[in-house]
Write a protein that binds this ligand. Structure first.
Ligand SMILES: [Zn+2]
Length: 113
């Protein structure tokens, strides 16, 4: 449970929200390339240069690339669906405009003149 050092009026004012938001946006955009890229490179290298080899090391490389792909996909899904903890109440903030638990808004309403 993360607590804010001072009272925050909305989630976007919290220091930890912008880095989280950048990381989540990055993974939302590039998760598939990050996940499948190494697997693709390993397969191309193996078929290009070691197509007749029966080495267990190559098999381990393929397996490691698959584990990487699953790990990156799971982390991207975690960032997307779990989100961030609310700085006010510590519960999961969720994807809505307000914290489902305490009602802290994601952003302050725009000021009117
Ligand atoms: Zn809350």
């Amino acid at each position: 449970m993360a607590q804010a050092p001072r009272e925050v009026r909305c989630l976007q004012e919290w220091d930890k929200y912008p880095p989280f938001q950048r990381r989540a946006a990055f993974f939302k955009r590039f998760w598939s390339v990050l996940a499948i890229g190494p697997f693709f490179v390993v397969l191309v290298v193996i078929f290009q240069y070691f197509s007749t080899s029966a080495s267990k090391l190559l098999l381990a490389l393929v397996f490691a690339a698959l584990v990487w792909a699953v790990a990156v996909s799971a982390y991207a899904a975690f960032l997307n669906f779990r989100g961030i903890d609310c700085p006010k109440c510590g519960a999961r903030f969720g994807r809505g405009a307000k914290c489902g638990s305490c009602g802290l808004p994601r952003a302050l309403p725009a000021k009117t003149k």
